[in-house]
Design a protein around this ligand. Sequence first.
Ligand code: FAD
Length: 386
Amino acid sequence: MAARQFDIAVIGGGPCGIVAATYAAGGGRKVCLIDRKPSPGHPVRCGEAIGLKGFASTVELKPEWIQSKISYMKLVSPSGITVTVPNSYEGYVVDRERMEKDLTTDAVARGAEFIADTSIVSVSSRNGDGYECRSRDSVIHAQCVILAEGVESRLARNLGWSTSLSLRDIHSCAFARIAHDGVEPGTCVFYLGVKRAPGGYVWVFHRGGNTANVGLGVLGESCQKGMPRTLLEDFIREKFPGARVSDLHCGGVPMGRWIRPLVRGGVMLAGDAAHMMNCVSGAGIAYALYSGKIAGTVAAQSFVNGKCRPEMLGSYQDQWASFYGKQQDRSHAIKEVMVGFPDVFLDDVARSATKNCARKMSILSIFVKAFYKRPLLLLKVVRLLR
Ligand SMILES: Cc1cc2nc3c(=O)[nH]c(=O)nc-3n(C[C@H](O)[C@H](O)[C@H](O)COP(=O)(O)OP(=O)(O)OC[C@H]3O[C@@H](n4cnc5c(N)ncnc54)[C@H](O)[C@@H]3O)c2cc1C
């Protein structure tokens, strides 16, 4: 089998890989973007919510991607106390399929070659002369490889990374799209409580018209086989009886710390494959876009006289660590405390928020107020954040 030659191979054409390929090609290198799916963006396994800040300095948000502007956040406590607050950050629910298609077109316009319908089964070192990426019926040689194949990443493990997550650091999720007249426009709703989603929460994100993305995550250590799907179906039946349900999928969200190191030799890990995620919200699109950008940029810059110098790839980890990496470590510490919140505490928070005119507060200020009533818990959070 004749091998095709590239400077940089990006494996995985989700938001991370697409942006990595765009920046690597923009840096003047010969780049391929490989995805096992026949076309970009489908199927979508995501709530598709992202703040405007999440696009900052990576890609420009196109108005045609926007399905809904998030104006309100609503929390429903375990016993049903509802708190609605205005969304303090500009945020949207976007059409990820369309976004990924457009971004892939941009990557190709910058010079990257998109190789669809190709599942890479192994990546191996060529003894100092780059890497060999193999699918069942093709071989690609590249001097530098960016692994962006999402949370199910196997290739990284085979290259020596420890990618397993403890059951405390993974959410098992079920997700669906619904159409129902009870969907609240411009609102993201979160339902809390051990009965609805042990160690996690249920979310309903308005997606334009009478449609919404609905999903839930159950903490790995509380999860049993089939549980997320059953809980989701029960929830939809209860809250949106008779809803038209489509695109039901299950998947995992990494809720641990990002994998270190991010670089081994000429291979870089990025996005979900590197477990990059806000561990409180489970939001990873912004992290994927940003890590893709810096991985692609640094990869292109590491070429001197046509050869990749792996020792120059280290600045990728430094840049990640000093920006989103720090934020993720904080979110992980907060998640560790939140997992222990009993339902009575969450009801208490909701009750005190309704007394304090929540419409003028943010979600954060509601929790801060609740912590004041529990100084020991506050102390624990402060210690974890140091
Ligand atoms: C149910 C659910 C809801 C979510 N909701 C939100 C949300 O509302 N907001 C948010 O910000 N984040 C959300 N996330 C997280 C978000 O979806 C991820 O963080 C984001 O998709 C990560 O992007 P990525 O490019 O790293 O990986 P992915 O999007 O997973 O892309 C990986 C790509 O690699 C390809 N691939 C995998 N293996 C191979 C292989 N061997 N060869 C070739 N190609 C391969 C796959 O086909 C895929 O296209 C959610 C996640 C889940 C599971």
